[in-house]
Write a protein that binds this ligand. Structure first.
Ligand code: OGA
Ligand code: NI
Length: 363
């Protein structure tokens, strides 16, 4: 019974099929087209290169169903990416948070500008930019919403000086709901490997530069299509959960080929981050991915990842280090890893793992 996929969610009442209001339909022209290796005809992915990722039933994981845990481990090993259904996040909550994200991104430009990150901070609103204005080049708009409640309140007040209770409460509810999915998945990874179920959840934190709910907003109107909308990268944290509105665009790099992920309504995409690759001693790969827009429908996504305390030491789980598979990494502090990245640049999360390998490799 529990293995049946849930009824498809109608995730949004928003106008997916419509272009944005006028103020957003004339983005500055993009100088990127000739600069990046991925900005070429390879953005097209043939239908036969579109895949359905392994689908994991969260309720079965909660029940410690051995076959489902096995499916999780095999899927993560083979793909680094999975989809998760039967997760008990209501379609109402998904619809509400999409609407709140839409409200934030369609605020007047002055309001969004107030929420741009202060020096030294990676929280707040990041505009789409060609880089010509002195800002970091970015292909999409993003809002980096802190997981720390006080920092989150500070950011919300900048966007809405009068406050926005609906945004605050929906975001809080969403963070709690998707974090609990990530925690369950990490427990299942650990128990499937025969480790202490809490092995991968020690030292998690809602603070630090990488502890954000990232809201992405893509508007490809007036762009030549298809267009690269999020540069190829891997996610630096432990495990990421992604919710997309009804518009697809996610592609993952598998065996050196770009493959489009077929959206499944109502399911989340989950992917292994750089730090789980380390903690699993390279058992689970942190896979490179990107977003390619094929239409001018607006696309929004919500990305949340579990991340360790900045001072936590990250290293392969000792039980996964054997004579046959020695430790692939030297231990390092989480903030050492994150501080080597530029979170405000659009190609932020290019993996830096090579720097921490026991036998150093080139980038
Ligand atoms: C990210 C990301 C994908 C998407 O924000 O790290 O990979 O679909 N986003 O927006
Ligand atoms: Ni990503």
């Amino acid at each position: 019974m529990a293995s049946t996929a849930p009824a498809p969610y109608i995730t949004s009442s928003l106008p997916h099929t419509h272009s944005l209001p006028q103020q957003h339909t004339t983005p500055p022209s993009y100088p990127y087209q000739h600069q990046h290796p991925h900005m070429d005809s390879s953005l097209f992915v043939q239908d036969d290169q579109q895949v359905e990722l392994p689908l994991i039933d969260l309720q079965l994981l909660c029940q410690e169903d051995a076959a489902e845990i096995h499916k999780l481990l095999i899927g993560a090993k083979e793909w680094g990416f999975l989809q998760v259904a039967n997760h008990s996040v209501s379609c109402k909550l998904l619809s509400e948070i999409e609407q709140q994200a839409y409200h934030a991104f369609t605020l007047p430009a002055e309001a969004k500008a107030r929420a741009e990150p202060a020096a030294g901070s990676a929280h707040g609103y990041l505009p789409k930019s060609s880089g010509a204005d002195g800002k970091k080049p970015r292909l999409n708009e993003a809002l980096r919403v802190p997981l720390n409640p006080e920092k989150r309140a500070d950011m919300i007040i900048k966007l809405w000086p009068e406050g926005n209770e609906a945004f605050s409460s929906v975001v809080e509810e969403y963070i709690a709901a998707v974090e609990s999915i990530l925690l369950q998945l990490l427990r299942s990874f650990a128990s499937g490997l025969g480790l202490d179920p809490l092995q991968f959840t020690h030292d998690l934190s809602r603070d630090g530069i990488s502890a954000v709910l990232r809201m992405n907003f893509y508007n490809a109107s007036s762009q030549p299509l298809p267009t690269l909308a999020f540069q190829a990268h891997s996610d630096p944290q432990i495990l990421t959960i992604l919710h997309q509105n009804g518009v697809d665009g996610l592609q993952i790099l598998k065996d050196n080929k770009w493959i489009a992920v077929k959206p499944r309504f109502g399911s989340f995409v989950v992917n292994v981050g750089d730090l789980l690759q380390v903690m699993s001693n390279d058992l689970y790969p942190s896979v490179i991915h990107r977003v390619v827009m094929k239409s001018d429908k607006f696309r929004s996504s919500l990305v949340l990842a579990v991340t360790p305390h900045p001072q936590a030491i990250v290293r392969p789980a000792p039980q996964l280090v054997t004579e046959q598979r020695p430790s692939q990494y030297v231990p390092f502090a989480a903030d050492e890893y994150f501080s080597s990245m530029d979170f405000l640049a659009f190609n932020v999360a290019k993996s830096h793992l090579h720097k921490f390998r026991s036998i150093p490799t080139l980038a």
